[in-house]
Design a protein around this ligand. Sequence first.
Ligand SMILES: NC(=O)c1ccc[n+]([C@@H]2O[C@H](COP(=O)([O-])OP(=O)(O)OC[C@H]3O[C@@H](n4cnc5c(N)ncnc54)[C@H](O)[C@@H]3O)[C@@H](O)[C@H]2O)c1
Length: 460
Amino acid sequence: MATPGTSVVSTSISPSTSASFHDRFTSSSFAFTNPGVRVPKVLHPIDNDDLKLLLLENISQEAVKAFQAHGFHVDHSAKAMSEDELVEKIGQYHAIGIRSKTKITERVIKAASKLLVIGCFCIGTNQVDLSTAARAGIPVFNSPFSNSRSVAELVISEIVALSRQLFERAYEMRTGTWNKQSKGCWEIRGKTLGIVGYGHIGSQLSVLAESFGMRVLFHDVIPLMPLGQARQVDSLETLLKESDFVTLHVPELPETTNMISEKELKSTKKGAYLINNARGKVVDIPALIEALRSKHLAGAAIDVYPAEPGANGAPFDDQLNSWSSALRSIPNVILTPHIGGSTEEAQRMIGEEVSMAVTRYLTSGSTLGAVNFPEVDLRAIAPEQMNNVRICHVHINQPGVLRQVNDILSPYNVEKQYSDSKGDIAYLMADIADVSPRDVNSLQAKISKTNANILTRLLA
Ligand SMILES: NC(=O)c1ccc[n+]([C@@H]2O[C@H](COP(=O)([O-])OP(=O)(O)OC[C@H]3O[C@@H](n4cnc5c(N)ncnc54)[C@H](O)[C@@H]3O)[C@@H](O)[C@H]2O)c1
């Protein structure tokens, strides 16, 4: 039953999970949906036929439908849950989907006796105690790159807006002043864009900028294949010296903290523009304010800040960041509230990507893309290998585990296996041929009893 304030809508379509293991094992309908197409064997967990998922924080209906299409029972709610609510309810669920407001703490994980996987339907995963989840054998998935295009498009719009002093003119019109001018306003065609960090966003932006007729330079710590006519330069300094627009797309790391400071700003061309949609700490803002006030820079667009308000409507003032009012007072500075990746398309793609990763883990054991787990995957079991069983064994990363498990598997032919570790946690996947339905439970019991076992699941 839902607690006050948190209405949980419950839906389930589970014809495919209600059949017994034996029925599925002997049925050929799983292997061939169309005789002309070679479809891999569809795997299901053998010991928890009715997988239950809890989706909180208004996760998209597309994700709910995708889970239901796999036969999972889905309870979904528009709200986040408190730690106490979660502790009370989580014990009945095999998977949970959250955004950034629901905190999955150690206490919640300890109460989550059946939990197999956590899906963060957002970019970050700070809201989850990742190491406790890993030690409990629970991989965590997120969607770090689904909003790359949204950020790249915002940057293009900022390049044009800065170059035409668009926000100044629009603000003057709103306040009733006609101020038509062309001085200091430029086309972006033929100008040089310097991209710092040529990853998911930087490389997309490179393509978009070239289609506007810009010349693109980039700087990255690793040598990368340039797209189109873009050119990688040997140093940040070279990029700063040659660029009319400098845009930052690096992660937040000790090396990138204040990577654009007084010295770097002095290296930029006079009249250049700076754009930061990456992370707040990458730019030394007091130094930027100085460079703008002295008119060395002609403008800046900033979407991310060292400290950001926790909720909409909260003030963006000097209590939050001591320089807020100084930055706000400078002309041709575009300030946005961390909206680079905030589009309907990005939200939809997050829903698709995370629901796919969670489903893939539940039905095939793949941990590709997990943030707290070794990433392991096996190629699919062929449709004719009807009696193959997949073993998914999460264990403590210690010597001797593979020998113990392979001893247990020695009566069978191991078709394929792969194991990897991350810190204290290791994960083995193995496909075993010709396991009779009778032997499946004893195989699982034997592996579960090995001394490094955290969680053993069998899929068939
Ligand atoms: N404003 C927003 O709403 C928003 C949305 C999404 C991402 N972001 C941020 O944008 C940034 C880039 O995201 P991404 O998805 O392109 O990341 P990414 O990991 O795909 O690319 C980052 C690139 O930066 C390079 N790099 C790392 N350290 C560097 C250094 N010291 N100098 C030069 N290059 C360096 C890496 O080699 C990599 O190629 C991240 O900080 C991310 O948090 C912001």
